[in-house]
Design a protein around this ligand. Structure first.
Ligand code: NAD
Length: 376
């Protein structure tokens, strides 16, 4: 049984799917661990650290592996070289990766997408969406603090009092709540809005002020938000405008599963912000919460500098990799039962809710129904 840790090939990806300190967990389950040389370079993890932890550095690590783990999906050429019966675990945005999903299906590869792990209590320790959103939320707050040319906290000095920065956070899921917590720790006065009914309490529990709008809440299935109608979106923008105009820093993290990010803030709304204000749009890559934001760039709109997020967790590759690797270890542990004699094997139970939910391809077929309908 061999687990191969792939070197990431996608542009701008700095994370790695396994860290040396967790290699022992995998060897403890009975696996050999093989790492493609240089896999940890961008996360500042040297090959020697993997070797010291008990892994083998091998350019041919993927050949004959039982399981290949990566952060981003493998590239198509690599996927086509995998032997039938190989399994893979990675992020796998199936709606954007039709060719890769088809290659896995046709090559007899069993593929698991971490973003499809069901968000049930038992799976919390395997939830890579949450672990990476946590990193992204933190990063958004420190980016805003770094770009803003004033203090976040109140400062009472002999030379006078400096008022704290006003921060508004839109979207209070995992990333938004972490952005709130971080901005609060830095001393800003934070207020936040989310469409879900439960969000106000969560925002308050982080020490921020929930923004109440005279609008119905938008609870969808599984505790996620629903998409807004255009009428509601326009009304929400109108009601939020005065809050945004008063903000020194605006951080947006709103998302709706399977949809483009909702457009919450128009150019006109940003133009009402004061000189020197900053906007951090975590959703820039998936359509943007802020009109005019560009993923991976800082653009100027009116008086504001607008930062568009691009693979934000990858900007803190060390901790993001550590958390992701722990998610992977927990998933692999679930997939590695022991028999009566204590002998372990890689044998994911296809009837287990977590295994079934995250499985994209198996036995030459696409198991994930929405993906099958889109690809076939
Ligand atoms: P997400 O990334 O899909 O969305 C981010 C936030 O944007 C959500 O809170 C959503 O309500 C909000 N949003 C969507 N449209 C909006 C709009 N028009 N205006 C303002 N905000 C808007 O969400 P997520 O961070 O992945 O979490 C979604 C929910 O799932 C949360 O309730 C979270 O606590 C819950 N969750 C549960 C588990 C678990 O039980 N294992 C794990 C993670 C998250």
């Amino acid at each position: 049984m061999r687990i191969a840790v792939a070197r990431e090939t996608r542009d701008g990806e700095s994370r790695v799917a396994m860290v040396p300190e967790l290699v022992g967990k995998l060897t403890g389950l009975g696996y050999d661990v093989a790492v493609e040389p240089g896999a940890g370079n961008h996360a500042l993890i040297a090959d020697e650290e993997y070797a010291e932890a008990g892994a083998v550095l091998d350019e041919a690590a993927l050949d004959g592996a039982t399981l290949v783990v990566s952060v981003q999906p493998l590239d198509l050429a690599t996927a086509r070289r995998l032997a039938p019966g190989t399994s893979t675990i990675s992020f796998l945005p199936t709606m954007l990766e039709h060719d890769l999903v088809a290659a896995y299906r046709d090559g007899g590869v069993t593929s698991y997408a971490v973003e499809l792990v069901p968000r049930i209590s038992r799976a919390q320790s395997m939830d890579a969406l949450s672990s990476q959103a946590l990193v992204a939320g933190y990063r958004c707050a420190v980016v805003a603090a770094g770009m803003l040319r004033r203090f976040f906290p109140l400062n009472m000095t002999a030379a006078g009092t400096v008022q704290p920065a006003q921060v508004v956070v839109l979207g209070a899921g995992v990333a938004g709540l972490q952005a709130i917590a971080t901005a609060k720790r830095l001393g800003a006065v934070v207020s936040a809005y989310d469409v879900r009914a439960a969000a106000a309490e969560e925002i308050a529990s982080m020490g921020a002020k929930p923004i109440h709008l005279e609008l119905e809440t938008l609870e969808g299935s599984g505790g996620y938000a629903r998409e807004m109608t255009e009428d509601r979106a326009a009304r929400q923008r109108e009601l939020l405008a005065p809050y945004i105009a008063k903000a020194d820093a605006l951080i947006t993290t709103a998302a709706v599963p399977g949809r483009a990010a909702p457009m919450l803030v128009t150019r006109e709304m940003v133009e009402l912000m004061s000189p020197g204000s900053v906007v951090v749009d975590l959703a820039a890559e998936s359509g943007g919460n802020v009109e005019g934001s560009v993923a991976g760039e800082v653009v100027r709109i009116g008086n504001a500098q607008v930062w568009g997020g691009r693979n934000v967790p990858s900007q803190m590759p060390g901790p993001a990799s550590r958390l992701y690797a722990q998610n992977i270890v927990n998933l692999v542990t679930l997939m590695t039962p022991a028999d009566e004699e204590g002998v372990t094997s890689f044998a994911p139970d296809p009837d287990d809710e977590i295994v079934a939910g995250s499985c994209v391809t198996r036995d030459g077929a696409i198991q994930h129904e929405p993906t099958r309908l889109a690809v076939e």
